[in-house]
Design a protein around this ligand. Sequence first.
Ligand SMILES: [Zn+2]
Length: 417
Amino acid sequence: MKLPKIDGERLWSAHMAMAQVGRIEGDGVCRLAASDEDRAGRDLFARWCEEAGLSVRIDGIGNMFARRPARDDTLAPVLIGSHLDSQPTGGRFDGAFGVLSGLEIVRTLNDAAIETEAPIEIVNWTNEEGCRFQPSSLGAEVAAGHIALEQGLAAEDENGITLGVELDRIGYRGDSGIALNARAYLEGHIEQGPILEENGEDVSIVQGSMGVNAYSVTLMGVEAHTGTTPVTRRKDALYAAARCITEVRALAEEFEPDGRATVARLLVEPNARSVVASKVVFTTDCRHRSPASLDEMSRRLRQIVDRVSAECGLGYTMTPYWTVPPRNFDADCVGALEAAASAMGLRHRRMVSGAGHDAIPVSAVVPTAMIFVPSRGGVSHHVSEYTAPEHLEAGCNVLFQAAVRLAGIADAGGQRA
Ligand SMILES: [Zn+2]
């Protein structure tokens, strides 16, 4: 059976309508997780789903699942989705694209009166962004069983208000079971980087995610007067940090394009103009798609800190604060997305995600894959974030073809096509 195409104009209109919810100056959105704006976005999404004939259920951490009936409703569903929460000054497409693509796929199936063999469910995961409650992808982490429900509900924002209290307040703490039972999960997302645009490509098929080893490094020196202490007699923690940062940059260049290494945060004590720094705390963030290479990067990083500290006469500590293993997405799901992109004649490449996404925890328990669509200028988490309508449309068509292939089409006799 030749499948129809999704309606690109309708998909764009849904993005523009959702972007009115929590709209901020400069065409951005602010829909912090479990805020009033998040509730309004959820309400709009739920209304659209009900109008499309879907039944919406909410689990205990506020994840929303909108189910389209199938020929065999006992089969595990194909999930399609992402998140509707945003950064405080977020854009119109991050997260929304994955959820609204799911909606457009269902609308297209309805219009063409296509019955799938297994159900299709659209999912909106709670608190992907991690800017109000930590960690990020909290709803997906709880659903994947990596974080206990009680622990997730107890996450506090900066005012000490818990996610559980806020979900109750906005009416989105549900009672359906947490455990995920799905035959596949497909997520569409904006790239948030410059690669597709620079190469004039339409879509990337994401085959997995980089692992992360992140440390907090503390260098301990000695305060000294900047006017009276010769440099060779100093134990200057800021000078040592600068040398470490330069070497981490060289390490990063050596491991690109499959790896990343970054120092992004620096705290200096006493941070006074006439005092040699006695203490510097900085973060190091190493990422790589291969576990062995990630270990190698972390080993080299420790060598850098150890050697520079010794040469500068300093003590140091290195404490891990974030560790995520690299994940490979499911070969069948990756294959279904790639076949769809090829069949449509789209310019596509494979990619590994260096950013966090709901698909990453979900992939531990459900066969999963993602696509990225181009981000203009590589910009995201900003009001100017933009993806062209034709790229949203192409990406949604890829998700549509793959989702229907994974769910199967029911024929008149009830056999899987
Ligand atoms: Zn996102």
